[in-house]
Write a protein that binds this ligand. Structure first.
Ligand SMILES: Nc1ncnc2c1ncn2[C@@H]1O[C@H](COP(=O)(O)OP(=O)(O)OP(=O)(O)O)[C@@H](O)[C@H]1O
Ligand SMILES: [Mg+2]
Ligand SMILES: [Zn+2]
Length: 366
């Protein structure tokens, strides 16, 4: 049994060869879905145990290889039940939805907080907004929007996104059978979960889709890059030197998968002094990280990567996340909200129209 897919490895095309040698030694060659699969020891142990039990077997040798791209693709098709993959509407060349992937080099810099507040701001200004919470380890979006206990409903074979504050939400956490289950998905299974969230969910016509990514440059970031090449990346960083450096890596990674970087958001930029007021900035996490990432990426990528804004530390922003109501919905005047609103307008209000797009129409009457 594959420990993750929970199907016999013989049915998954993972058994490359079985050789019975003189004296009853059996050599089994297994193909892993990805190199360095952490389940490989389990596979080796389980296979040895299963084959050892057979009559006449005196020894078992398990050799591990890796599937080719074609073999992996065949496995993915098989996991989908042989059904051709559903189309991701946002990946169509004529899609009018602007997709943004919110990324960072390291964890805890405020990706999810930015995602929910930007989405709430855009939704309030009348845009149709969806959030895909693709953070397999954290999936904190539902709690930040007050829908932690909600499960999406299904209609026929479509999954309905969960509504929250006018935003349509789907979380990778909602796809798990049990909430407390620890997810150890990687590679093809993670990719499949992403496709499911994009293609099997009934999004309707969205103006903007925000994807909250896990920190770093892992499997899901690669999948998003491959599945949604047109998605632009928003890099979130803190003012800190170390955070800035890893954030640059996230930006460079976007280039590798041919995504454009829409801009950089510096979060936790400063704490407005509780005594003197906001003009006295307490730079708790240092300064300049956002500017530095924006400049570095501009140079490295060869186009303007703007610093979209510097968000101050605000205890109420944290509290809004904990209570499930983004601060942007309760205090329009908070300095952090003002900056966030500006960013939301800039990203959400960009002209999307059909100008310059191929419509596949032929002018009539000429
Ligand atoms: N500007 C801010 N002021 C105060 N608290 C903030 C601010 N930004 C984020 N936080 C708080 O910091 C914590 C981490 O933020 P968040 O979960 O949004 O980060 P993340 O980058 O999504 O983390 P992860 O990498 O774990 O997904 C949260 O408790 C959040 O409420
Ligand atoms: Mg997060
Ligand atoms: Zn002061």
């Amino acid at each position: 049994m594959d420990p993750e897919i929970k199907k016999p490895i013989t049915e998954l095309g993972m058994v490359d060869s079985v050789e019975i040698r003189d004296g009853g030694v059996v050599a089994v060659r297994i193909l892993l879905t990805v190199a360095g699969c952490p389940m490989k020891d389990t596979l080796r142990r389980d296979t040895t145990a299963a084959v050892s039990k057979l009559p006449g077997v005196t020894g078992v040798e398990v050799d591990l290889g890796v599937m080719s791209a074609e073999q992996r693709a065949a496995l993915q098709t098989q996991l989908r039940g042989g059904v051709a993959e559903k189309e991701i509407p946002f990946a169509r060349p004529d899609s009018l939805t602007r997709a943004y992937a919110v990324a960072s080099g390291k964890g805890g810099v405020g990706k999810s907080s930015m995602t929910v507040n930007l989405a709430a701001s855009m939704a309030r200004s009348g845009l149709s907004v969806g959030i895909v919470d693709a953070d397999i380890y954290g999936h904190s979006i539902p709690a930040m929007l007050g829908i932690a206990d909600h499960r999406p409903t299904s209609v026929e074979d479509m999954i309905m996104p969960v509504p929250a504050h006018g935003i349509k939400v789907i979380s990778i956490g909602m796809l798990k059978p049990k909430r407390e289950q620890v997810v150890a998905w990687r590679g093809p299974i993670l990719d499949r979960a992403l496709v499911q969230m994009l293609a099997d969910v009934y999004w309707g016509d969205l103006d903007v889709l925000l994807l909250d990514l896990p920190p770093g440059t892992g499997d899901i970031a690669i999948s998003v890059g491959q599945r949604l090449t047109s998605a632009e990346v928003i890099v979130v960083t803190t003012p800190q030197e170390a955070a800035a450096e890893v954030a640059e890596r996230a930006g460079t990674m976007a280039q590798m998968v041919h995504q454009r970087v829409a801009g950089v958001v510096e979060n936790m930029s400063f704490l407005p002094c509780p005594h003197c007021g906001p003009e006295h900035r307490l730079e708790i996490f240092g300064s300049g990280g956002g500017r530095r990432v924006a400049d570095t990426l501009t140079r490295r990528l060869g186009y303007d990567v703007p610093l979209l804004g510097e968000i101050p530390i605000d205890e109420r922003l944290r509290a809004g996340g904990d209570s499930g109501t983004p601060l942007i919905l309760t205090d329009m005047e908070a300095p952090a909200v003002r900056v966030l609103t500006g960013i939301a307008q800039r990203l959400g209000g960009r002209p999307r129209g059909l100008a310059g797009r191929q419509l596949g129409l032929t002018p009539a009457g000429r």
